[in-house]
Ligand binder design. Sequence first.
Ligand SMILES: Nc1ncnc2c1ncn2[C@@H]1O[C@H](COP(=O)(O)OP(=O)(O)OP(=O)(O)O)[C@@H](O)[C@H]1O
Ligand SMILES: O=C(O)C1=C[C@@H](O)[C@@H](O)[C@H](O)C1
Ligand SMILES: [Mg+2]
Length: 175
Amino acid sequence: MKTNIVLIGMPGCGKSTFGKRLSKEIDFSFIDMDVYIETYSSQTIAQLWEVGEDHFRNIETAVCKLLTKENYTIVSSGGGIIKREENIRLLKKTSYIFFIDRPLELIMRDIDVSGRPLLKNDKQTLVGLFEQRIEQYRAAADFIIENDTTPATAVQQMHTFIQHLKLVEKESLSE
Ligand SMILES: Nc1ncnc2c1ncn2[C@@H]1O[C@H](COP(=O)(O)OP(=O)(O)OP(=O)(O)O)[C@@H](O)[C@H]1O
Ligand SMILES: O=C(O)C1=C[C@@H](O)[C@@H](O)[C@H](O)C1
Ligand SMILES: [Mg+2]
């Protein structure tokens, strides 16, 4: 049974911000996958990337497997989660996938590149990543959240989908 929500999207689209906020509002647990990966591997994301992208991606896939044990949890994923079909297949066993669709120009305006190994050299890297990934995000998504106005508007869309999915039994606990 699916009781979880996984937020996917470009680096800086709002996954962590909205995941934390929504989890409080509907009384779900919250997992930031990058934080989980660091705890699981006892290394920082930057250290894992120093070994190589494959190394990082293997750990990311191992964590997708572990997340199938969670219930009533919102997960903010890493931006590259869609790079392996296996990750999406694993996550969809227990989760609905929400793609947070934020226009690239707004991400570029707001993003802080410190602590983001992929972007540390050049914000323009985002343009290439966006072009490579946008169709993969759309294809993996069960629902698309338009994040082009206020945070409140994006969160409201998520609430609407959550009610539609009848994940509201748990939600009503916090009301
Ligand atoms: N609708 C919005 N209005 C204003 N600021 C926004 C909006 N959506 C996201 N942001 C801002 O964009 C920045 C990046 O958000 P956040 O860190 O949540 O992204 P992320 O998807 O978790 O990124 P990463 O993949 O790198 O972890 C934050 O400063 C957040 O407040
Ligand atoms: O977009 C990506 O490929 C990544 C995003 C980060 O959140 C981390 O998951 C990691 O640095 C890879
Ligand atoms: Mg984040």
